[in-house]
Design a protein around this ligand. Structure first.
Ligand SMILES: [Fe+2]
Ligand SMILES: [Fe+2]
Length: 402
């Protein structure tokens, strides 16, 4: 039994949960070995995790500290970026016209389930003494789907602003052309997820605190390459893992088509990020600056692996019946989570390697966290959107335990 377990013993459940959450936040901040990284993340972590800023009010202001790089000579060229720009222009789609919004999403029909019943962690809940009846299971699965899609939508809003900021800040004109298409892409993603939630599931959850911390951190950081690393590599990697998992599981045809279009766009976004960062990291940063980005990326990778645990669902469904600590354990061991982790790190690790943020020093940390199995895999410049969709469809989640 850990010291924390001993402290929690015998306390009322509400007090247990509060202490457990606070310790968890402290542990997260304490685990960041690089002081510069800890200092840059601390204000966002304070706003998101301690003040709970994302849970209050209608909007939050995130002050930007970046500079717009205004070109006067129009001379910089980056042909691969220009090529991506042309492809992005050619592949624009129309969320209103190209998706069949007349499809009726029936939450009671298992044939077209948004989240099929073999994916929520019912076995884990049962092991902790919580049994849901058939009707509750259906409602629970739909809530988990609405929670997940709500986080996609919140992430897309962040992606929209990050894409706009990066478009201003990058020094390559071809990057600005490309960035303008990404702004349009992210706006459309936000539109279609919002429309799906609003008209098909009729339920929207607030932004997850940990997602808020990552977005707040990168939107307020003045360094364009940190924004870029955060959004184009880390959050896009997270998105590909999460979209891929949902795409793989769902039997609902409108959502499946919607996710297919979005994944195809995201493949381009990561490709752009990888091109720009490899160039910048290898040519413009000092060894100390590279080291700081390596540490930052590693911390964000761990945050993304360990902390998207649907606490909002816990509080809605099980507060008072189950401890938050037990819930975290159940979710971390769920099938959907192992699929998410697999699909996310399969994309993320080779991209970090390609852009030059996988030195032997940091590799040892990834190895300790069990995240090195994808080293040497294909990076975003070697993968088409079709490759991504095929890898997602080929992935088979481990069987559910009954
Ligand atoms: Fe997006
Ligand atoms: Fe994106």
């Amino acid at each position: 039994m850990t010291t924390l377990d001993r402290m929690l013993q015998g306390l009322p459940r509400k007090a247990q949960n509060t202490i457990y959450s606070s310790f968890d936040t402290l542990r997260m901040m304490g685990s960041v070995g690089n002081l510069k990284v800890a200092a840059s993340m601390a204000p966002s972590a304070f706003r998101g995790l301690v003040l709970g800023t994302a849970r209050e009010g209608d909007a939050v202001q995130m002050p930007g500290h970046h500079a717009a790089h205004y070109t006067l000579t129009y001379g910089d060229e980056f042909p691969e970026m220009y090529d991506l720009y042309r492809r992005a222009v050619a592949n624009q789609w129309n969320g209103d016209r190209d998706l069949d919004w007349s499809i009726d999403v029936d939450p009671e029909n298992p044939e077209t389930a948004v989240m099929p019943l073999d994916y929520p962690p019912f076995e884990g809940l049962e092991a902790k003494g919580i049994r849901l009846n058939a009707k509750e299971k259906l409602r629970f699965a739909n809530d988990v789907a609405a929670w997940t899609l709500s986080q996609f939508m919140h992430g897309e809003q962040g992606a929209l602003y990050a894409a706009a900021q990066v478009t201003e800040s990058v020094q390559w004109l071809d990057g600005k052309f490309y960035g303008a298409t990404q702004v349009m892409d992210e706006g459309r993603h936000l539109e279609v997820f919002l429309r799906y939630l609003d008209t098909k599931l009729q339920k929207v959850y607030t932004i997850n605190d940990n997602l808020f911390v990552i977005l707040d951190d990168l939107l307020t950081d003045g360094r364009w390459d940190v924004k870029f690393l955060g959004m184009q590599i880390m959050v896009e990697g997270l998105a590909l893992g999460a979209f891929g998992t949902m795409y793989n599981f769902t039997r609902e045809p409108l959502l499946k088509q919607l996710l297919k279009y979005v994944i195809q766009d995201e493949a381009r976004h990561v490709h752009y990020g990888v091109l720009a960062l490899r160039e910048h990291i290898s040519k413009a940063l000092s060894p100390a600056e590279v080291r700081e980005r390596e540490d930052w990326a590693y911390e964000v990778a761990l945050l993304m692996r360990n902390r998207f645990l649907s606490h909002e669902i816990y509080y809605e469904w099980f507060e008072g019946r189950l401890s938050l600590k037990d819930w975290d354990e159940i979710i971390l061991n769920a099938r959907s989570m192992s699929a998410f982790r697999h699909l996310m790190f399969m994309r993320l690790i080779p991209n970090l390697e390609y852009i030059g943020l996988m030195s032997e020093r940091i590799k040892a940390h990834y190895a300790k966290a069990g995240l090195t199995s994808f080293l040497g895999g294909k990076n975003a410049t070697q993968l088409s959107a079709e490759d991504l969709l095929r890898d997602i469809s080929d992935y088979k989640a481990p069987p559910a335990v009954h």
